[in-house]
Design a protein around this ligand. Structure first.
Ligand code: SF4
Ligand code: SF4
Length: 675
């Protein structure tokens, strides 16, 4: 490390400097403690579990910033700046101590030399990173970014503090050439550039640079808690406390012992949901494939999480006043409009717009859940506390309550789709070996096209010699849509009924064609006593093809693309199985969509939107169908009955030729006849 060349401050200067540092540290602590106290006032959410796994994830996503590199350019400049700040933390401590205790060196000897080299390199890299960020904001201007003054101010402060330090050190070496070291090449180069300056100028540059560097850092630190750059502090804990449960699982609600349901005010949010707000970097990655943004609806996940954060900030004085930590423990006005999220910060149209497609959750580099958990919690409040929801939702709720399906069709006709097929119910198969239960689902039981897919799967299973059965009229709706539309009570009633039936038959393995049923039974039923291995029909059939138990021999001379269902792909990671089936069919050529797999655009049916009218903006299914048509294929494969309905409707609405097929329909068509 470069030795201190001279005493910068006399005793009065050191006193002023000491008071300045003390004031800055206290002000920073005050701001951060206020933010933490608000979190303490949030609803509980135990995230102190699986600590070794959390540490590993923090190293991978906070320090190595893995998700940032999905956008290579942004990932590169961000890691330069982040790593530079980590390295410079030591430098700041060193300089503060140097200001107070002249001649003191934090890292003497060889360690100091290596640190000097790291500091020198990373200061340059930070400046490169800032220049890249400036270029992107000023010239490239990706649509996901909003050009706020806050971002420019932060970039300016970073550039200033690094430049000031380099110039100060360079002037010091120019004044005292004996201090030049090969471990500080950038500083040495600056010293060379300053070589022609007078000693008075060099002294001024050294001292002014030193002051500017340190005052900038103190200002920067105190600005952070009030800017979007609070993420510099909040993102590491936010990543550490990330959701480790399956992405498709919504946290259960204690219906019997809760006095209030869902979220309407700021203090109804869990502390982690508030921390999500603190952590948002406003990078806009969450909005890129958000179907509601793309179709002009009021929900923008980036704006939504910003509103949650702004609401928390605005309510902070009242929350602190009401908190047990506040002196006097005064009680805040519970009905304060500043704390009202629904109708205050967030409109009901915003709350009902989300398809829960999960894009925003998987896109966020700092593991915020921008919308889904908070939106479902707000819907819970509207449905369970206020009985306020779009009127067509009532029809779906009533159908599920009375007939066990959102269409409200007769429960007694649930197994009619299987008429004429040699399909046994679990009751009929008593005493026989059943390898797997076929969970048909409401769509597979009642919706015409989905019924054909149910029949296709049973024929494939028969051909492969799989011993399976169905529940028949003992099956009822999983409650997935009810839950995502906020009716937790109805969901739990249906879930408990199904789990009792499944456990009663000792079911271990389930296959279903519906990704929503799959997600619900696989990821959510275990919270209510139902633990099952659940696979999608496409997964099971792909395995049967791979094992040679069924053969795809019939040629289908067609080019096809594939639309990834959100609850199969993003939520449950099943991307390959449907594609394996398509590729195994002779003559069928698969061409990927521009937005596919993790980047796939929702069809518009998830989150209960299947049962709601789409009155705002343009239609999501049509937006997706247009993308599909642009692929120029004759057909599109799907693996979800809801996607089939939405895409089929869009095809008719906008008049394109691309035909939708369920992958299993095509597999059935190509399958060799049973020997
Ligand atoms: S879940 Fe999907 S629809 Fe909802 S906000 Fe996120 S990206 Fe948009
Ligand atoms: S929620 Fe995440 S992805 Fe969305 S703007 Fe904030 S940091 Fe970026």
């Amino acid at each position: 490390m470069l030795p201190t060349a001279r005493v910068i401050l006399g005793v009065p200067g050191r006193l002023v400097f000491g008071l300045l540092v003390l004031f800055a540290v206290l002000a920073f602590a005050y701001s951060v403690i206020r933010r933490v106290r608000v979190l303490q006032a949030g609803a509980p959410d135990n995230r102190f579990t699986r600590i070794p796994e959390r540490i590993g994830r923090t190293l991978e996503y906070a320090f190595a910033q893995r998700r940032m590199f999905r956008d290579l350019y942004a990932g590169i400049f961000h890691i330069f700046i982040f790593a530079g700040f980590v390295v410079l933390t030591v430098r700041v401590v060193s300089l503060v101590v140097e200001g107070l205790v002249p001649g003191w060196q934090l890292l003497p000897g060889r360690v100091g030399d290596l640190y000097t080299l790291a500091k020198d390199v990373f200061e340059v890299l930070v400046l490169v990173g800032v220049a890249m960020a400036v270029y992107r904001r000023a010239f490239a201007r990706p649509a996901r970014l909003d050009l706020t003054g806050d971002a420019w101010l932060i970039l300016f402060l970073i550039a200033l503090l690094i430049s000031a330090d380099l110039v100060s050190e360079g002037a010091k070496v120019a004044l005292h050439p004996e201090l030049k070291t090969p471990f500080a090449p950038a500083v040495g180069a600056i010293a060379g550039l300053l070589g022609g300056c007078s000693p008075a100028t060099l002294t001024a540059l050294y001292e002014w640079g030193w002051w500017i560097h340190l005052v900038d850092i103190l200002c920067f630190a105190n600005y952070l808690p009030y800017s979007k750059h609070f993420h510099i502090l909040a993102s590491i804990p936010n990543i550490f406390f990330m959701n480790l449960e399956p992405m498709g699982r919504l946290a259960p609600v204690d219906i019997e012992n809760s006095e209030r349901f869902g979220v309407s005010r700021v203090e109804d949010l869990t502390w982690k949901q508030m921390l999500d707000g603190y952590t948002c970097t406003e990078c806009g990655r969450c909005r890129v494939v958000c179907p509601t943004v793309l179709t002009g609806k009021p929900l923008d996940p980036k704006a939504f999480i910003g509103e949650v954060r702004d609401a928390v900030y605005a309510a902070t004085p009242e929350i602190l006043q009401a908190s047990a930590f506040a002196p006097g423990g005064a009680t805040a006005d519970k009905a304060s409009p500043r704390k009202e999220l629904i109708g205050g910060w967030i409109s009901e149209d915003t709350i009902w717009a989300c398809t829960t497609c999960g894009w925003c959750t998987t896109a966020c580099p700092v593991f915020i859940i921008p919308a889904v958990d908070k939106i479902v919690a707000m819907r819970r409040h509207l449905v369970l506390e206020k009985t306020e929801f779009p009127k067509e939702v009532q029809t779906a709720f009533r159908g599920m309550e009375t007939n066990g399906n959102p269409w409200g069709m007769a429960a007694a006709s649930r197994a009619d789709w299987a008429k004429g097929l040699p399909v046994l119910t679990m009751a009929e198969a008593k005493g026989q070996e059943v390898e797997v239960l076929f969970w048909v689902g409401c769509a597979g039981s009642y919706e015409d096209r989905a019924k054909r897919v149910s029949r296709a799967l049973t024929e494939i299973l028969h051909a492969a010699g799989v011993k399976f059965a169905i529940l028949g009229t003992e099956e009822t709706c999983t409650g997935d849509s009810a839950r995502r539309m906020g009716n937790e009570y109805l969901f739990q009633t249906l879930a408990q009924q199904n789990i009792e039936t499944l456990n009663g038959y000792g079911i271990k393995k389930i296959v279903t064609n519906c990704p929503h049923c799959l997600n619900c039974i696989k990821n959510e039923y275990k919270d209510f006593g139902g633990s099952f291995e659940v696979v999608h029909g496409a997964q099971l059939v792909a395995d049967l093809i791979a094992a040679g138990r069924v053969r795809m021999t019939g040629e289908i001379a067609e080019t096809i693309t594939f639309h990834d269902p959100c609850y199969l792909g993003r939520y449950n990671g099943v991307y390959d199985a449907p594609r394996q089936i398509l590729r195994s069919i002779p003559g069928l050529e698969l061409k990927e969509l521009a937005r596919s797999r993790e980047q796939g655009l929702c069809c518009g049916a998830g989150g209960g939107r299947m049962w709601m009218e789409e009155k705002l903006g343009t239609r999501i299914n049509q937006a997706r169908m247009k993308e599909i048509a642009e692929a120029g294929t004759g057909a599109v494969g799907v693996s979800c009955p809801f996607c089939m309905v939405m895409i089929g409707n869009a095809r008719d609405e906008i008049g394109v030729a691309t035909q939708p097929f369920d992958v299993l329909e095509l597999a059935r068509r190509s399958m060799a006849p049973a020997p």
